[in-house]
Design a protein around this ligand. Sequence first.
Ligand code: ATP
Ligand code: MG
Length: 541
Amino acid sequence: MAVEKTDFIRQRIQKDVDQGTLEGGVITRFPPEPNGHLHIGHAKSICLNFGVAEEFGGKTFLRFDDTNPLKESEEYVSAIQADIEWLGFQWSDVTFASDHFEEIYQYAVDLISEGKAYVCSLSPEEIRVTRGTLKEPGVDSPFRARSVAENIDLFKRMRDGEFKEGEHVVRLKIDMSSPNINLRDPVIYRIIHASHHRTGDDWCIYPMYDFTHCICDALESISHSLCTLEFEDHRPLYDWVLDKISVNYHPPQIEFSRLGLEYTVMSKRLLNRLVDEKFVDGWNDPRMPTVSGLRRRGVPARAIRDFCDRIGVTKQENTVEMNLLEFCIRADLEKTAPRGMCVLNPLKVVLTNLPENEIERLSADWHPQNPELGSREILFGRNLYIEKEDFLEDPPAKFKRLTPGGMVRLRYGFIIRCDEAIYDETGGLTHLNCTYFPESRSGQDKSGLKARGVIHWVDANSCELVSVRQYGRLFDVPMPKSADFVDHIDKNSLVESHGLLEKAVMEKDIERIQFERIGYFYRDPDLPRTYNKTVSLREGF
Ligand code: ATP
Ligand code: MG
């Protein structure tokens, strides 16, 4: 069922639309820094930005906020684009903050010329110390009084590469005693002698986020600049810059809360460490909360969009339970994933009354409620495998599976009775000798027999050996802290085993499949014959 979307942001946009104040219509942007891969928190922002633009007939720019050449790369640019498209969204244009470097530079020159910005030659450490604290005001930089002419000259020479990193910065001249620390003469330009992935060596000065972002929003006529709550305290700066420079359009910045998710970390910096220090097998490890990790785990994009709709958009900071994400995944796969049978822990069953050269041919729908997914043939021969756990020599009273002398139905097939359990000389169970009842064929049962339960199985001659990867939570605490999160990594969060999978599943090349009674699985796109567990069949871990 679709979730109705009426949050404070949509209400605000509706109001602006109703009042006719939006000349260019609704224009949003999603502004990632290309310094890592997208995670499900970004998905929230993507669903919001692209979602509202779609709903209001507007458009969304994908803007790369590429102002730090030390951390950014083209590789991330393309990975981010692939993730957004996979999530099901299309931008109207791709833009880069670096496309506007010249204009941004000119705005800084303008501010300097008007005495609203200056070149400061304090060291980064001195700047930090003189900024003051929440309780104490900052101290004016001794360079605050530099003449416009000297500032202009220095800024030009900064651009020309005459200085080392950290020697000078450009700061706005606002108020060193403002209660909002962001307004205490924030740095807007710094020297970085590094090649940029797009502008190469054209620049050795780079604008800071706070100066860049608002200018890009204005230049792109963004109607609503939606960002996360940590930027609330930056809004006065956003507004200060746009009020002072000569842009004729001033977008509103509106903040919403970040998504936090239990049992994972969500900052690119921490995710980077997981990858670099090899706690996981890359950005797309199925245990990662990245879009690519979720994809490789088999999570459908639709389920992520549904999840984002359900968590909604508010100003309350909260951490969402993993159960909600899993609920959304399960709800989607329940409707869409074909069913198949896979035995993870095989116990051989020999049907002593079915001769070696005879087989029964069964038919089964791929999905119980979705006949359009078609059906397949399942062979049923003398040798089969069932799960070890589905047989107990000494069962408790309520045991609904196979026992000595007891009967179960093999799903889609026949009722069998266990006549004898065969052990080897060391006492290990080797196989079960069973009788099958030809009259009890599923759907046409004329046997009058009563089975205790239904279990899954595979036919020994028409199954394939596959690798099965099951994943637990990456962390053993719901809210790992950034200080010691590596100590809480669950080293057993990946369990690899084998499985015997119904051949038809492999032949049909099914991507997402429910292994009956076990869970939802996804055929790994890179590893041959490997299935990743997406989610269990029921809540509970
Ligand atoms: P991270 O801390 O993971 O590096 P970031 O905010 O630095 O995230 P950006 O690439 O700058 O990452 O983010 C792009 C957009 O995604 C921003 O508008 C940001 O507010 C939003 N965003 C990032 N993380 C979340 C989150 N957890 N929930 C909602 N939106 C988010
Ligand atoms: Mg960022």
